[in-house]
Ligand binder design. Structure first.
Ligand SMILES: *[C@@H]1O[C@H](CO)[C@@H](O)[C@H](O)[C@H]1NC(C)=O
Ligand SMILES: *[C@@H]1O[C@H](CO)[C@@H](O)[C@H](O)[C@H]1NC(C)=O
Ligand SMILES: *[C@@H]1O[C@H](CO)[C@@H](O)[C@H](O)[C@H]1NC(C)=O
Ligand SMILES: *[C@@H]1O[C@H](CO)[C@@H](O)[C@H](O)[C@H]1NC(C)=O
Ligand SMILES: *[C@@H]1O[C@H](CO)[C@@H](O)[C@H](O)[C@H]1NC(C)=O
Length: 251
């Protein structure tokens, strides 16, 4: 009896305390059609086709159909190298990347939920990710989920290039979809907290210094090699996302 009423009052107070979203920034219909996709996303990285790995992004590697976004990395030869961070990087793949048209700026008292189901490759040389990177500088960065070719999934927050919270955890049955949710919230008017969930279970909480008020890009990319090792696969690799949704809690 005590237990039942305790549970009931707990459920009641949790319901009362749970804030409701103030807006849907990206609706979960965003991959239903090309028009739905184009309402929320652009092709490539915000800065172009190349980043810090062996893939060059091209719209030909992006497929949106039946509510699923699929990015395909395809081995290629004869591409000119990429240049990133003072490095010259051989391009061994054409692949796909998309980024949200909206910027995500945690307001005082606010935040966002970033939610989706991901079927991500984990083989050596495959480097899919679902991440936020600052529009005006680097870092800050929040890796809502990243897979670096080791079989594990990583959850990371960069305050600076050297002050980084990074957690790798086991990732079972990569061939199936896994639900990822990142709850990003204002903590104290200046810093944010990030609750990282995998399949509905809270895995870790990290903190980002001074992230309140900073605009972020949201990126879904299938980068290759780089931090995920090399050589990568010699056949096509796919990375699929469905039920993607971004909810705002900003006042
Ligand atoms: C994408 O690939 C096609 C065919 O290889 C090429 O013509 C086009 O320039 C590429 N687009 C970009 C943005 O590199
Ligand atoms: C590899 O992917 C490309 C681009 O999506 C596609 O055109 C090609 O047919 C694929 N190759 C194989 C062997 O599936
Ligand atoms: C996209 O994927 C769907 C489902 O696999 C397929 O039927 C369709 O032909 C693909 N579209 C393109 C442009 O490759
Ligand atoms: C997540 O859920 C999927 C689908 O139920 C399951 O196949 C997978 O093993 C789960 N992953 C982890 C890491 O628990
Ligand atoms: C980043 O900064 C926040 C706020 O100061 C702090 O709580 C967190 O521990 C920092 N992260 C790391 C990895 O030091």
């Amino acid at each position: 009896m005590f237990y039942t009423s305790f549970i009931l009052s707990l459920a009641f107070s949790t319901a009362l305390c749970q804030k409701q979203p103030t807006a849907t920034v990206i609706p979960n219909s965003c991959f239903n059609s090309q028009a739905d996709f184009s309402a929320s996303f652009n092709d490539l990285y915000p800065w172009g086709t190349d980043h810090n790995g062996a893939a060059r992004m091209n719209a030909s590697q992006i497929n949106v159909s039946n509510g699923v976004l699929t990015l395909t990395a395809q081995p290629v030869s004869g591409q000119p190298p990429a240049h990133s961070g003072g490095q010259t990087i051989a391009i061994n793949y054409l692949s796909g990347t998309v980024y949200a048209k909206d910027y995500f700026t945690v307001a005082a008292g606010g935040g966002y939920d970033f939610i989706g189901d991901f079927q991500a490759p984990v083989e050596q040389g495959t480097w899919p990710a679902f991440w936020l990177t600052a529009v005006n500088s680097w870092p800050p960065e929040i890796d809502l989920a990243e897979w670096k070719g080791s079989g594990l999934i990583s959850f990371n927050t960069f305050n600076t290039s050297s002050q980084v919270a990074a957690l790798n955890v086991n990732y079972l049955t990569p061939g199936s979809f896994h639900t990822i949710k990142g709850e990003v919230r204002d903590k104290n008017g200046k810093d944010v907290s990030i609750n990282f969930y995998l399949n509905g279970t809270l895995v870790t909480t990290q903190y980002g210094e001074g992230f309140v008020g900073a605009p972020f890009y949201l990126i879904i990319d299938l980068q290759m090699e780089g931090s995920s090792g090399s050589p990568g696969p010699t056949t096509n690799t796919t990375y699929s996302v469905q039920n993607l949704e971004v909810l705002s809690y900003n006042p």
